[in-house]
Design a binder for this molecule. Structure first.
Ligand code: SF4
Ligand code: ZN
Ligand code: ZN
Length: 323
């Protein structure tokens, strides 16, 4: 029976990328240290920060909520959770239930934004009416609502559960299609603009998806395993992720080596040319005159809903007892 490299007790996990057998206690320590190092290395969270975590209910964001709740004392920051109910039938209801339980467990205040309450429709109808792929509409909606909420909460950053495999896949995809100016936007920290765009941070940037899954299993952490019924498994991104996983199996440590070298070289990539403006309708960040959220909602519902969504979020924040 393999033994833990640190303490010699029975090992329960083998980390291929580090050629390491570990017991559950030292595996937890390994993962939490890795997240802490990522936070420090890329200056993701500073003492006194207010961090808003986008909690979907899937394993990545749920595990991140647990780890950040453990680290908040030693770093000295406040953690808030935000869940967006996307209105995707039973799938969304299950995720909302998990989000509530995680909030209790981590003792971090949760704000739920329900898309059907804000717009009267969910992602399936928005996608249908705009004839856009559901994930593209969903991405716009989630980014908009999270940012608007973070602005109201005066948060210093929005944390997301993107893991090492996700980020390596996104970067490879942009490289393959030679969208090189998109690569700097995939860094572990993206700065915001005072008053209307909150910084984005990815504390799981150097943590393998497989390890996140093991961490959830070993610590009996509840999450929604079911895939979103609207997920598209025919995209280039989906295939790239699958192949990258196979390559990592054959060449352990390939992904982490790639991402660390990439971040070191990120300054050499062309800077994104699009300047961040403010939407002339709702005042939120936009690359053009009108933001994507206002455009999508105008097309689907006949009226740009940015101002209404912002008002709705402001009321929720005013009513909540979050300090
Ligand atoms: Fe949204 Fe697509 Fe994710 Fe479903 S799979 S939650 S539609 S981004
Ligand atoms: Zn051990
Ligand atoms: Zn707008």
């Amino acid at each position: 029976m393999p033994k833990c490299r640190i303490c010699g007790r029975k090992a329960v996990v083998y980390l291929r990328h580090s050629r390491l057998w570990l017991c559950s206690e030292h595996f937890n320590e390994f993962i939490e240290n890795r997240v802490m190092r990522t936070i420090k290395r890329y200056n993701l969270i500073r003492k006194g920060d207010r961090v808003l975590l986008g909690l979907s209910g899937g394993k990545d964001s749920v595990v991140l909520a647990h780890i950040l709740s453990k680290l908040r004392e030693s770093i000295g920051f406040k953690l808030y959770l935000a869940h967006i109910n996307l209105g995707i039938g039973e799938y969304s209801e299950k995720n909302a239930e998990v989000a509530k339980k995680i909030s209790e467990k981590t003792n971090a205040p949760l704000i739920i934004l329900d898309l059907r309450k804000i717009l009267g429709v969910g992602i399936p109808e928005l996608a249908l009416k705009t004839r856009r792929p559901p994930c593209s509409v969903c991405g716009v909606v989630k980014r908009y609502l999270l940012n608007a909420l973070a602005v109201e909460l005066k948060a210093n950053s929005i944390a997301t559960g993107h893991n090492l495999d996700d980020m390596a896949t996104f970067i490879l995809k942009e490289f393959l299609v030679q969208n090189l100016e998109q690569i700097p936007k995939l860094a572990p920290r993206i700065e915001g603009v005072k008053d209307y765009l909150v910084a984005k941070i990815k504390p799981l940037y150097e943590t393998y998806e497989e390890d996140i899954k093991k961490y959830a299993e070993l610590n009996n952490i509840l999450y929604v395993e079911e895939k979103c019924p609207l997920a598209d498994e025919t995209t280039l991104t989906w295939h790239l992720k699958k192949h990258l996983r196979d390559l990592e199996y054959r060449f352990p440590g390939l992904t982490i080596g790639f991402i660390r070298r990439l971040v070191k070289n990120i300054e050499k990539y062309p800077k994104p040319g699009d300047t961040i403006r403010r939407c002339s309708i709702c005042g939120m960040p936009s690359s053009g005159k009108i933001c994507s959220f206002c455009k999508i909602t105008e097309k689907a519902l006949g009226k740009p809903m940015g101002p209404h969504a912002r008002e709705y979020i402001k009321e929720i924040v005013d009513k909540s007892i979050i300090d």
